[in-house]
Write a protein that binds this ligand. Structure first.
Ligand SMILES: C[S@@+](CC[C@H](N)C(=O)[O-])C[C@H]1O[C@@H](n2cnc3c(N)ncnc32)[C@H](O)[C@@H]1O
Length: 234
């Protein structure tokens, strides 16, 4: 991997910790003026959007390939790891991150403790200090860089977790969803906390069948886009 374009890790000058309503913590990015998760509950949001309405819906597959756009704190990646352990299912996770956080910042968040898996702290730490490893049924890979090199594989579940369209409009353009559609396997899905009409229209234009589903605490709706097996006639 070309490491020339990797930004310096974000430290305490770039981010600070915020406690959200379910008691779990998240980060506030000074540069993007945005939090990494919902203030109504970081863990509640991740479990609802990405695990319940994303990963769980693909559990019929013998193994599941995840692509996350915006690895961030590693919370979604760690929840995917816990899912793999619980379901005894092979999960291949690839996270893309332009601005990795300093592993010391990640340690402070201590999601393994909040999620009552302190014995899995080493895995969470490795997600921040290593770019690839395997543990049991879980295979982890992180692609860092800005711009991050595009993945070329196909994925069953895409966690689309960029900052909101208002903060980073360039990540919600048509070309993004066209690319992600090409990277989605037949029957695979893309999930996001965002319910914005324009984002939904772009997902539809890319080829996805998109549903609005109930959102996590504090949000009425979120979007789930599926690459349907058969072409849909409109
Ligand atoms: C909402 S946060 C993601 C939260 C993350 N999924 C988690 O579980 O903590 C958005 C993430 O997208 C990253 N990001 C911003 N611009 C990006 C880009 N152009 N390519 C890849 N990642 C980017 C940010 O650095 C940040 O980590």
């Amino acid at each position: 991997m070309n490491t020339d374009n990797i930004s310096p890790a974000l430290g305490w000058d770039d981010v600070y910790i915020v406690t959200t309503r379910d008691g779990s913590e998240t980060l506030f990015s000074r540069a993007h003026e945005a939090t990494y998760h919902s203030l109504f509950g970081a863990v509640a949001e991740s479990k609802h959007v990405f695990i319940q309405y994303g990963l769980q819906t693909q559990r019929g597959r013998p193994d599941i390939r995840i692509l996350e756009f915006g690895f961030g704190t590693g919370l979604n990646a760690f929840l995917a790891y816990l899912f793999a352990l619980k379901m005894e299912k092979e999960v291949n996770y690839t996270g893309i991150e332009a601005f990795p956080i300093d592993p010391k910042v990640a340690k402070k968040l201590d999601y393994p403790h909040y999620l009552a898996f302190p014995e899995e702290r080493d895995i969470f730490d490795r997600m921040h200090s290593e770019s690839e490893f395997a543990s049991g049924p879980f295979h982890f890979q992180k692609i860092s860089g800005h711009p991050a090199p595009g993945p070329s594989a196909v994925y069953d579940c895409i966690f689309f977790d960029a900052f909101a369209p208002g903060a980073q409009p360039e990540l919600w353009e048509q070309s993004m969803f066209d690319n992600l559609f090409r990277l989605t396997s037949p029957g695979g899905c893309l999930v996001t906390y965002c319910a914005q009409g324009e984002a939904r229209r772009r997902m539809v234009a890319a080829g996805y069948t998109v549903e609005r589903i109930p959102g996590p605490p504090g949000k009425r709706e979120m979007l789930r886009a599926v690459k349907t097996l058969e072409p849909v006639s409109s």
